[in-house]
Each structure stands twice: as structure tokens, then as C-alpha cells.
Design a protein around this ligand. Structure first.
Ligand code: SF4
Ligand code: SF4
Length: 367
């Protein structure tokens, strides 16, 4: 029987050889390798490269999982490419490749790294909305595989397969989307548009080391959950995992939006092999921004949106100021001050601060 979603639990740590064996059998249980993964085919692995942090932090897709998939594909005679567009990569993605371990994953398996920023983009219209999409997503590959990280997200509540499509927008375009859609419910519309454009053939979720609480980056709490999950359908995968983690599938905006477009079968009809038990998994509350009416307009959107703010740990070192692409940071009285009106929410300061001193604050003092 071919299952819609396959979950394998009990991974104590990341071992590429063990992962290879498990993923090979999981792929078989979902109907085998998708089209475009045979000898001579070019396969793109779209990872989650959110922050240039060590893989042990549980923020990014672990390189051992990427290496396992890459190695399986190389064994099938494919050429393998690894890419993503993290928000802070406008000043170079090489640091992400190095710090997240993707350099090593590529080196040991003969894969190549692709810079979405350096590959150009093309404007795509879907459902009357326009997006600039990284070219590697649109052309040049026979198959695209979504290699996401399972985590909570303090804004969208959870991020996994569908949300990982956000990284197909290169450079600061992602920040612009956040500004255009400050309500998570609206952002979910954009995320599902991007999921449709990405058109991944297979979704592999890394939930071995993951994150709960104030994810998806340094503010979250690292968790060892020890599972991998795999599906041909990213929406079904998200529905099953959110429900298992304690967030009913229809409480996740991207699930609801995708389901309303017919991108997944009814929850009760999704066939699942395996499971994982989450214990005390801390899922962020539904953002109150969802309840603010859209007609409040652009001024309200500016007031409503999240903004980076330095806290008492700030040493005034200036790393964030040098990284900010729009000169929105001043160092005053030994502390960084972010100008909300200029900030485009690229999150470089949040990601690069050596003191973890940049918090993302919701309006009205909430965080
Ligand atoms: S990088 Fe961090 S510690 Fe340095 S000035 Fe910016 S907020 Fe402060
Ligand atoms: S203040 Fe921070 S989040 Fe805002 S644009 Fe500058 S670096 Fe990006």
C-alpha cells in the first residue's frame, strides 16, 4: 500500500547511513521515487536555511538528512543541487552554506550548492498576485524535493512543508511579502501561492532536532523529537504533523488556505504510516493580528507589524548596523535603535547579533 504520509520515529541522532536506509524505505512506502530522479536527471533539494547557525541548534534542515537524500539520488545517477534563499543572504549566502553544514553535505556526496540570489529571478502571476521567483525553482531541474524543518513559528504558529516554499522568493522579496501581509491569515495566502508555484514532487521533513515555543529561529526552544516524515503532498504532511503536535490541522492558516484550494484530501482520508508522540510541545497562540480588520489600511499595517528591538543584552557592537541593508539602525548611547519606519523586516539584525539581543516585538509592547 502507498501511504499519503510516512513517519519514522526513534532517531536518536543524525547518522547519514542510517538515514539513507530509512529514507529509502519511506520513499518506497509513498509510491517510490518521483519522476525526474533517474540517471542523468538534475534534482534540486530545497532546504530550510533560515539562519547561518550550527545544525545542532535545530533551526535548519540538518546536513546529515540532506547528505542522505543527496547520496540516494547520486546512487540513482542523478546530479544533485542544494539551495535556498535565507532572509539575511542579501550580503552573501556562503556563510549559511558553511555554518549550516551544507558545504560538507555537498562535498561528501558530490552535490552542488546553488545560490538563489545569484541565479536571477522571474516574475510569476498566480491567482492574480505577482511574485519574483528564484530561477532554479522555475527551470533547469527535472525534479524538486522540499527538505523542510519541522518547527513552531511565533507568527504562523508552525512551519514545515508548505511554509518552506517561502524561500523560493530571493533576497528582500520575502521581507516585502511580510510587509504586504502583516496578518498571518493573509500571509498564508501568499505562502500557499508559493507552494503551488514551487510544485515540489516530494517533501521530506526533518523533525529529529526541532524547535517549539518562540520558533523558528534563535528565540525558539530546541527539542529532540527524533522523527522524519515524508509525503508526496506537502499539505497532507503539514495537516498530519500539526494535528499530531497538538495543533488541530484546521487551526493552521496555511492548511486551511491550501485545503480550500483543493490541494489536499480531507483529513480523515489521509493515510498515515507510523506516528510520533509529542509531549508538552509548546505551540504559539494564534496571533491577535489575525483579528485586526484588513480595511484599517497601510498606516495601520505599519503600526501592526512586528519589528526588531534591541534588549538589555545589547553591547552596541554595531554588527547589526553594518548588516542592515536599508540603514535602519543607529547606535545611540551604546545600544542599537531600529527605525521601524525604515526597517523592511529582513531579520538580518535578529539573525546576526552575537548577543541574541534583537527581539521581534509585536505592536503594543507584545512579543
Ligand atoms: S549586533 Fe546585537 S549587540 Fe551588537 S549592536 Fe546590534 S543588537 Fe546590539
Ligand atoms: S533593522 Fe534589522 S530587520 Fe530591519 S531592515 Fe535592518 S537589519 Fe533588517
Amino acid at each position: 500500500m502507498n501511504y499519503d504520509v510516512v513517519i519514522q520515529d526513534g532517531f536518536g541522532f543524525y547518522c547519514t547511513e542510517k538515514l539513507k536506509e530509512s529514507i529509502a524505505s519511506m520513499v518506497e512506502d509513498t509510491g517510490g521515487w518521483p519522476r525526474g530522479t533517474s540517471t542523468g536527471n538534475r534534482v534540486l533539494l530545497k532546504v530550510n536555511m533560515l539562519a547561518a547557525k550550527h545544525p545542532a541548534r535545530g533551526i535548519t534542515t540538518h546536513p546529515a538528512v540532506v547528505a542522505a537524500v543527496s547520496s540516494l539520488l547520486r546512487d540513482r545517477g542523478c546530479e544533485v543541487f542544494i539551495g535556498d534563499s535565507p532572509g539575511g543572504a542579501v550580503k552573501g549566502v556562503e556563510r549559511y552554506w558553511r555554518n549550516c553544514g551544507f558545504n560538507t553535505a555537498a562535498e561528501i556526496t558530490g552535490a552542488r550548492l546553488v545560490s538563489f540570489e545569484g541565479s536571477g529571478s522571474r516574475r510569476i502571476t498566480v491567482h492574480d498576485r505577482e511574485y519574483d521567483i528564484a530561477l532554479p525553482i522555475l527551470e533547469g531541474y527535472d525534479c524538486k524535493i522540499n527538505m523542510c524543518k519541522f518547527k513552531t513559528h511565533m507568527y504562523t504558529r508552525m512551519t514545515n512543508a508548505v511554509k518552506n516554499s517561502f524561500g523560493i522568493v530571493p533576497g528582500l522579496g520575502k521581507a516585502m511579502l511580510h510587509m504586504r501581509s502583516p496578518r498571518p491569515r493573509d500571509l498564508a495566502v501568499n505562502i500557499v501561492d508559493l507552494y503551488e508555484i514551487a510544485d515540489f514532487s516530494l517533501h521530506i521533513s526533518d523533525g529529529i532536532l526541532c524547535m517549539d515555543g518562540r520558533g523558528p529561529s534563535t528565540d525558539g526552544r530546541r527539542r529532540h523529537e527524533g522523527f522524519l516524515a515524508l509525503s508526496r503532498n506537502g499539505v497532507c504532511l503539514d495537516m498530519v504533523l500539526s494535528q499530531m503536535a497538538g495543533l488541530p490541522w484546521d487551526q493552521l492558516d496555511s492548511n486551511v488556505e491550501a485545503f480550500s484550494r483543493g490541494l489536499a484530501k480531507p483529513f480523515s482520508e489521509i493515510t498515515v504510516q507510523g506516528s510520533h508522540e509529542f509531549v508538552d510541545f509548546d505551540i504559539p497562540d494564534r496571533s491577535y493580528l489575525n483579528y485586526i480588520p484588513r480595511w484599517l489600511g497601510s498606516v495601520a499595517r505599519l503600526l501592526m507589524r512586528t519589528a526588531p528591538v534591541s534588549n538589555d543584552s545589547c553591547t552596541g557592537c554595531g554588527v547589526c548596523k553594518r548588516a542592515c541593508p536599508v540603514d535602519a539602525i543607529e547606535i545611540r548611547s551604546g545600544r542599537a535603535k531600529m527605525k521601524k519606519g525604515t526597517c523592511i523586516m529582513c531579520l538580518c539584525c535578529h539573525e546576526l547579533c552575537p548577543e541574541n539581543a534583537v527581539e521581534l516585538k509585536l505592536p503594543f509592547g507584545r512579543s
